[in-house]
Design a protein around this ligand. Structure first.
Ligand code: FE2
Ligand code: FE2
Length: 248
């Protein structure tokens, strides 16, 4: 990812900051009691995961931008965090309208935040891409289990934004990995994939009421998530890793 590509990403996020995807008014907004009960805890955990001020990420991005003289990276992450905060506020408004209680804390959210605080941009991106890729499969599942049009469109809006987040974050991760020796890259990949599988298992376990309703078994959910992982992070020929230019 060179400066030209960074500018393309910056334009993308600036454009979407000016023209935000909206939930049209007048959509049907009925949530049956049974449905509400099934999704309440699950949606509250994801809502909590979406609300972050991103201070650790911004600090890591600022350090990285200074070291590599790529100032666009900071602005891109600022805009990306704003989109996440908007997901949180759209979900919050939906939950409040349907009297679904908000969560202030959840152990999975705490673990994610703790790991992200541990190190620099590379580790942060490893953790973030896991959350984004699994989130994409989850929101599609959530969309498929509800008859509420507002919630369906809300899931689609979130997934549309996440597609760009995943695209940018994985490209940046490739760039960061490109500067490392092949054995260390292979080791990092194995560790990342293992963390991804563990996280997928935890998400299955804690959100299985929604995922089962969407037709998933533990195995099919893992297969779907690993499919996303492979598409973005295990590209085959032509090797994306070799096409990625390093700033160093
Ligand atoms: Fe999000
Ligand atoms: Fe995201």
């Amino acid at each position: 990812m060179g400066p030209g590509e960074l500018e393309v990403w910056l334009n993308h996020f600036e454009h979407h900051a000016r023209h935000r995807r909206r939930i049209p008014r007048g959509l049907s907004d009925v949530l049956e009691a049974e449905e509400r009960q099934r999704i309440a805890s699950s949606i509250a955990t994801f809502q909590l995961g979406e609300c972050s001020e991103g201070r650790t990420l911004l600090r890591a991005a600022e350090r990285f931008a200074r070291q590599n003289q790529v100032p666009h990276v900071v602005r891109i992450f600022e805009l990306l965090i704003r989109e996440e905060q908007r997901h949180a506020s759209l979900l919050r408004a939906f939950m409040q309208d349907h009297r679904i209680p908000l969560k202030k804390a959840d152990w999975t959210d705490r673990v994610f935040r703790l790991i992200r605080r541990l190190a620099g941009l590379r580790l942060y991106l490893c953790v973030l891409t896991c959350a984004e890729l699994i989130g994409k499969v989850y929101y599609r599942a959530l969309e498929s289990v509800t008859d509420c049009d507002r919630l369906r469109v809300l899931c689609r809006v979130i997934v549309s934004d996440e597609l760009a987040h995943i695209g940018f974050e994985t490209r940046l991760l490739f760039t960061l990995q490109a500067g490392r020796a092949a054995p260390s890259r292979a080791l990092a990949h194995t560790a990342h994939r293992t963390f991804f599988v563990i996280t997928t298992a935890v998400v299955w376990f804690t959100h299985r009421s929604v995922l089962r309703r969407a037709g998933h078994s533990a195995r099919s959910f893992l297969r779907s998530c690993l499919g996303e992982y492979a598409f973005y992070l295990e590209p085959t020929a032509p090797d994306r890793g070799s096409q990625v230019s390093s700033w160093r």
